[in-house]
Design a protein around this ligand. Structure first.
Ligand code: S3P
Length: 411
């Protein structure tokens, strides 16, 4: 994919549906009583992997006119292929254990390298019988009786927390899940709306055994996808991203904008299906360097590659620490982000848990490989659009994982 340099960038953008919320809407309705319509669903490859797994498990899931119709069913044993999607595999481990089913979970080459013991281990504390393959996929879940108890999530991960909450729906008694840092809470909000006996007390979630009732979900736009167009506004002109989810557990990028001195506003703030939503306007700004550390990471983890691009265009040295989770995403994002920025002429030093980036207002441009990581491809596109010469992205088509139509919207 060739990206030309742009002297300005302006426009209104309809951002595709939130990936995390689409996964959950399809999964939870598939195990619920009744039928539901998930509108503005993200039809990217990851969410389609969830749809096909839920079909394999026995639910009726169909895509109609951009929406996903889900008819819940008593689920049965299955072989589930999760594609590239960590959320699908990790949440399903908990869901399948909670429903006392037998299933095997496999994924593509990238997903097969990602750690699954972080989910298996705490699920075993509830009584789950789960076998990983040297800590990774294939994962085998075998039917076992679960009992509620108190569990701490060792890593600040919404996927680990959500797997535990889903398992807890089928466990006897009460389960308490404690997190040290609060992660995205879409699971808690949606389970409550579907009738689960769930309560959030600070960083603890308490769940009692519950059945779910189907609920229609109107999915807000994904702030992790909007981030690329927000960054283009900050670098090149003015963008308005419409209908974006602004759940406070996801808006770390707005705190980054505050630190960087980015001019932005939230307009038309409202609540849709229990999730806060707004239109986000961002204007071209002189960017200041930033310092980020561990606590903020869960609220912006997927945006870090594009935040690193903004740092490369800021005046001064930015330091990002506590981001070691980046090493185990779809690619080693510390390595792939640093390589991409260096190829474009950026001054970036990769550290074990983050980056030091010396911003210099302009980048020359050049060629970079996405390493089949959707967020690296889209961050490279932003960096090249703002660069002097533009350049090329290799393995660019992987954007379909989370943002089909991305290059078309870029124009
Ligand atoms: C997600 C949680 C995050 C995030 C991922 C989606 C979710 O992963 O990076 O893209 O939907 O729960 P972790 O739970 O590994 O932090």
């Amino acid at each position: 994919m060739i990206i030309s340099p742009r002297s300005d960038f302006a426009g209104e953008f309809a951002i595709p549906g939130d990936k995390s919320i689409t996964h959950r809407a399809v999964m939870f309705n598939a195990m619920a009583e009744g039928e539901a319509l998930v509108t503005n669903a993200l039809l990217g490859e990851d969410c389609l992997s969830t749809a096909s797994c839920m079909r394999a498990l026995g639910a009726e899931v169909s895509v109609q006119d951009g929406a996903i119709r889900v008819k819940g069913a008593p689920l049965h044993d299955a072989e589930c292929f999760c594609g590239n999607s960590g959320t699908t595999m990790r949440l399903l481990m908990g869901l399948i254990a909670g429903q006392r089913l037998n299933a095997s979970l496999t994924g593509d080459a990238s997903l097969s390298k990602r750690p699954m013991e972080r989910v298996a281990k705490p699920l075993r504390l509830l009584g789950a019988d789960i076998e990983t393959t040297d800590g990774t996929a294939p994962v085998y879940v075998r039917s076992a009786k679960l009992s509620g108890r108190e569990v701490d999530t060792a890593t600040a991960s919404a996927q680990v927390k959500s797997a535990l909450l889903l398992a807890a729906l089928g466990a006897d008694g009460e389960t308490f899940v404690h997190e040290s840092v609060k992660t995205r809470d879409h699971t808690e909000r949606m389970l409550a709306a579907m009738g689960a006996d769930i309560r959030v007390i600070g960083n603890t979630v308490r769940v009692k055994k519950s059945a779910l009732r189907a609920a229609d979900v109107e999915v807000p736009g994904d702030i992790s996808s909007a981030a690329y167009f927000m960054a283009l506004g900050a670098l090149l002109g003015e963008t308005l991203c419409k209908n974006v989810g602004v759940n406070p557990t996801r808006t770390g990028i707005l705190s980054v904008f505050d630190q960087m001195g980015v001019i932005y506003s939230l307009e038309n703030e409202r609540t849709v299906c229990g999730e806060p939503v707004a239109d986000i306007r961002v204007k071209k700004s002189a960017l200041k360097p930033i310092v980020l550390s561990k606590e903020i990471m869960p609220s912006l983890i997927d945006e870090l590659p594009v935040i690193a691009v903004l740092c490369a265009y800021a005046e001064g040295e930015s330091v990002i620490t506590g981001a070691e989770e980046l090493r185990i995403k779809e690619s080693d994002r510390i390595k792939t982000t640093a390589e991409m920025l260096a190829n474009f002429g950026g001054d970036v030093m990769a550290r074990e848990d983050g980056f030091v980036i010396r911003g210099r207002k302009t980048l020359a441009g050049g060629s970079a490989d996405s390493y089949l990581d959707h967020r690296i491809a889209m961050s490279a596109a932003v960096a090249l659009a703002a660069s002097e010469k533009g350049g090329e992205i290799k393995n660019a088509e992987c954007v379909n994982i989370s943002f089909p139509g991305f290059y078309g919207m870029l124009g």
